[in-house]
Write a protein that binds this ligand. Structure first.
Ligand SMILES: [Fe+2]
Ligand SMILES: [Fe+2]
Length: 194
């Protein structure tokens, strides 16, 4: 069972590989582009969601009132930008002349965000959380990821997923921050009761 940071880094590697594959396509590879965009959407959305629901709140709580807390706000804002750029790429025809430019913007954005997480936020998380906390968090991330993956491929849950994605997209960063705080408070209550 990987710890939280190893799991998130492995996700980054997967998404970055898919984005590089997408960059190497041309407007003759319509089917390939469609498949890659769908794969990237699934990987990015599930990854962002587990970070926002579990990793970020735990990090924010641990980093409270330190300089590292700023990293939480930065990361949340960057997720928000990805939430806008991804649908723009999705709604662009793979044959359109602007498709490659939109794919490149998404790739640069995600590479930058993943790099910042790995070189700053995760480094601080390692300092702020001990091995046991990172292991427990890794298990929670893994379990949530499995559920979300199952939901993603379940046709019966498609409408539910669509609705959740729409709500997620229009949720301003402020509400996401409040949600992160509420989850962090709940988690520390749970930990105390354990
Ligand atoms: Fe992230
Ligand atoms: Fe990430």
């Amino acid at each position: 069972m990987p710890n939280a940071i190893a799991l998130l880094k492995a996700d980054h590697a997967t998404v970055k590989r898919l984005l590089r594959e997408l960059e190497a396509t041309t407007d003759r590879g319509v089917k390939v582009r469609e498949r890659l965009v769908a794969d990237i959407e699934r990987e990015v959305k599930i990854h962002s969601q587990i970070e926002e629901e579990l990793f970020y709140p735990t990090f924010k709580k641990a980093a409270e009132d330190t300089e590292s807390e700023e990293l939480f706000y930065e990361a949340t804002e960057e997720h928000h930008v990805v939430d806008m750029v991804l649908p723009a790429l999705k709604s662009t025809s793979p044959k359109a002349p602007e498709f490659a430019a939109k794919a490149k913007v998404l790739k640069d954005l995600i590479e930058h965000h993943a790099q910042e997480e790995e070189t700053q936020m995760f480094v601080q998380a390692r300092r702020l959380l001990d091995d046991e906390q990172l292991r427990v968090l890794g298990e929670e991330l893994q379990a949530r990821k499995k559920t979300l993956q199952a939901m993603w491929s379940n046709p019966i849950l498609k409408p539910v997923k669509k609705l959740q994605a729409a709500v997620h997209k229009i949720t301003p960063a402020k509400i996401k921050n409040a949600k992160a705080n509420a989850i962090a408070a709940m988690k520390s209550d749970e930990a105390r009761q354990r």
